[in-house]
Design a protein around this ligand. Structure first.
Ligand code: IMP
Ligand code: MG
Length: 183
């Protein structure tokens, strides 16, 4: 690590237009699959909030939303290895059709933990919708994503809700995080 370095958004991986296309497709798939069911979208704060806001506007069926706030990356781009529940759901999900709305699946550790936690609350169904999934090279199994936006390379990304130390969530696109050397 060089002195006086700064992290900035670099190459764009998904433009705002590409994101809109992906979210539209996911919205149509979910609307068709969950027609006539009791859908509750469980959003993972904070990274998934921008995605949720756009996704629900692409749904043509009745649904409820709720939030879970968890933390797996304490700061920066490294995994802490610990999943903490900071704020639990306000809804009883027993007998209901739960769809987890996630920003990005990396190691899958966060999602595995949440799926185990929600499964014992006896939902009628439990599936995952993730905007992004990183290519991953270890042999450890990752949870199945029923609705996937896009597969991306194994790089740290920011924008569209995704942050680096709480920065860059507001970008309308998703970009690779790069280190810019300052003079
Ligand atoms: P996992 O437990 O390794 O799958 O990490 C999942 C969580 O870490 C995601 O829900 C994000 O909140 C965060 N995360 C993983 N990769 C990135 C990234 O590239 N940018 C920003 N946040 C990330
Ligand atoms: Mg997340």
């Amino acid at each position: 690590m060089v002195k006086n370095d700064a992290h900035e958004p670099g190459d764009v991986l998904l433009s705002a237009e590409e994101i809109a296309d992906v979210v539209g497709r996911l919205g149509r798939e979910i609307s068709s699959d969950y027609h006539g069911r009791d859908l509750i979208l469980v959003n993972l704060l904070k990274g998934g909030v921008v995605f949720l806001a756009d996704l629900i506007r692409q749904l043509s069926i009745p649904h409820q939303i709720d939030f879970l706030r968890v933390s797996s990356y304490e700061d920066g781009t490294g995994s802490s290895g610990i999943v903490r529940i900071i704020e639990d759901l306000g809804t009883n999900v027993a007998g209901r059709d739960v769809l987890i709305v996630e920003d990005v699946l990396d190691s899958g550790r966060t999602l595995s933990y949440i799926l185990d936690m929600l499964r014992i609350r006896s939902p009628r169904s439990l599936e995952v919708c993730s905007l992004l999934r990183k290519q991953f090279v270890t042999t450890s199994p990752r949870p199945t994503i029923r609705y996937l936006g896009k597969e991306i390379p194994d790089v740290f990304v920011v924008g569209y809700g995704l942050d680096y130390n709480e920065r860059f969530r507001n970008l309308p696109y998703i970009a690779k995080l790069v280190i810019v050397e300052k003079l």
